[in-house]
Write a protein that binds this ligand. Structure first.
Ligand SMILES: Nc1nc2c(ncn2[C@@H]2O[C@H](COP(=O)(O)OP(=O)(O)OP(=O)(O)O)[C@@H](O)[C@H]2O)c(=O)[nH]1
Ligand SMILES: [Mg+2]
Length: 319
C-alpha cells in the first residue's frame, strides 16, 4: 500500500496475529533505536494491560516445566498465552535460546502460545526497559496472559517484580536451594510460593517451613506444592495466580504495582542513556583535558565529578 512505512506494515501484521512478524517486531524492539520507537508508539494504543505473571527461583527448580504446564492449562481455557524467558547467561544480541523451548515442548507448537527467550547479558542497566517493551509488544498483539521466567535474585539483571504484576517463587524440597533462595531476598517479593518437585518426600516439610517464615498476616502469600513434570497442582496454581491478579486489579494494588514498574523502567532508561553518555564523554579528548586540568589544580575527584556533571548531562540529552 502506498504511503505505508515498513513499521506500519509490520505493526499491522503483528495486530493481525502473524507470529513471524511478532518475532521480528520483538527483535527490533530488543535492539532499540528509531525503528523500535516507531513500532512501540504505533502499538501503544493497542496495549490492553493483560496480566503479567512472573516466575523466579533457583536454577533448576522447575520454572520452565511449570510455565509449560500452566501455559497448557490456560490455553485449554481458551486464553492466548505468551511466554518470555529471560536468560541472563546468553549475550544480549545472541538471539533466542532453544533450551527453554525444548522443556516447554508440550506447548511450543500449540496455536495461541508464543514462546520467546530474551538474552540479557550485555544489556546492563537497561534490562527492565527492554523486557517491559517486549511485554508491551506481546500485550498489544493480543495475548491474554504473559508468563515471564527469570532466574533467582542476584543471578539476573532484572528483578521480577519490576516487570511482573504477580510473582510466583518456585523452590524445591532440596533444603540447600530453598534456604539459599530465601536468604537471597525472595521472601519479600512472592505472592505465591511454589514448592515444586513435590514427588520428593521432603516437600511438605519445606512447605510448612516456608509458611512459618512467611508469618500469619491476612495478606500472607500462599504456599502451594506442585509436581510440574506430571502437571499435578498446576490448575490450582494457575487459578491462584490469576485470582491474585484480579484481586489486585479490584483493590487498586495492580495500579500501584504498575506505577512502580513504570518508575523502574524510566529509571533504567535514564541510567542507560547516562551510562552511554559517561562512557562516550570520558573517552573524549576535551573531557580528559578538562579533568586533568582540574585535578592538577588540586581538586579532589569528587569535586571534579560535580563540575563535570552538567557537561555529561548535556551530552546525555543528545543521545
Ligand atoms: N522430579 C521432578 N522433576 C522435575 C519437576 N519439575 C521439573 N523437574 C525437572 O527439573 C529439571 C529442571 O527443570 P526446569 O523446568 O528446566 O527448571 P528451571 O527452573 O526452568 O531451570 P533454569 O531455567 O535452568 O533455572 C528438569 O530436568 C525437569 O524435568 C518435578 O515436579 N519433579
Ligand atoms: Mg528455565
Amino acid at each position: 500500500m502506498q504511503g505505508m512505512s515498513d513499521a506500519d506494515r509490520l505493526v499491522d501484521k503483528v495486530l493481525a496475529g502473524d507470529t513471524r512478524s511478532l518475532a521480528r517486531a520483538i527483535s527490533i524492539v530488543e535492539v532499540r533505536g528509531g525503528e523500535a520507537e516507531s513500532i512501540l508508539s504505533r502499538l501503544s494504543k493497542h496495549v490492553r494491560g493483560s496480566p503479567v505473571i512472573g516466575f523466579s527461583g533457583p536454577p533448576g527448580s522447575g520454572k520452565s516445566t511449570l510455565i509449560g504446564r500452566i501455559g497448557e492449562y490456560l490455553r485449554g481455557s481458551g486464553l492466548r498465552v505468551a511466554v518470555l524467558a529471560i536468560d541472563p547467561s546468553s549475550p544480549f544480541t545472541g538471539g533466542a535460546v532453544l533450551g527453554d523451548r525444548v522443556r516447554m515442548v508440550s506447548i511450543a507448537s500449540a496455536p495461541g502460545v508464543f514462546i520467546r527467550s530474551m538474552a540479557t547479558r550485555g544489556a546492563r542497566g537497561g534490562v527492565v526497559a527492554y523486557v517491559r517493551s517486549v511485554i508491551r509488544v506481546l500485550d498489544a498483539s493480543g495475548f491474554d496472559v504473559i508468563l515471564v521466567e527469570t532466574a533467582g535474585a542476584g543471578q539476573t539483571d532484572v528483578s521480577i517484580n519490576d516487570v511482573a504484576d504477580v510473582v510466583a517463587i518456585v523452590v524445591t524440597p532440596d533444603m540447600g536451594d530453598s534456604i539459599q533462595a530465601i536468604k537471597a531476598g525472595l521472601l519479600e517479593i512472592g505472592d505465591v510460593y511454589v514448592v515444586n518437585k513435590a514427588d520428593d518426600s521432603r516437600s511438605s516439610y519445606i512447605a510448612s517451613m516456608l509458611e512459618a517464615m512467611l508469618g500469619r498476616g491476612g495478606d500472607r502469600p500462599v504456599v502451594l506444592r506442585t509436581i510440574a513434570t506430571r502437571g499435578e497442582g498446576v490448575d490450582v496454581l494457575a487459578e491462584t495466580l490469576l485470582r491474585k491478579w484480579e484481586q489486585l486489579k479490584a483493590d487498586g494494588g495492580l495500579q500501584a504495582r504498575r506505577r512502580r514498574q513504570n518508575i523502574a523502567e524510566v529509571a533504567a532508561l535514564i541510567m542507560e542513556d547516562f551510562r552511554v553518555a559517561v562512557e562516550t564523554f570520558s573517552s573524549d579528548k576535551e573531557f580528559i583535558a578538562e579533568v586533568e586540568r582540574l585535578v592538577a589544580e588540586g581538586l579532589d575527584p569528587k569535586a571534579v565529578a560535580r563540575k563535570m556533571m552538567d557537561r555529561v548531562l548535556e551530552w546525555a540529552r543528545k543521545i
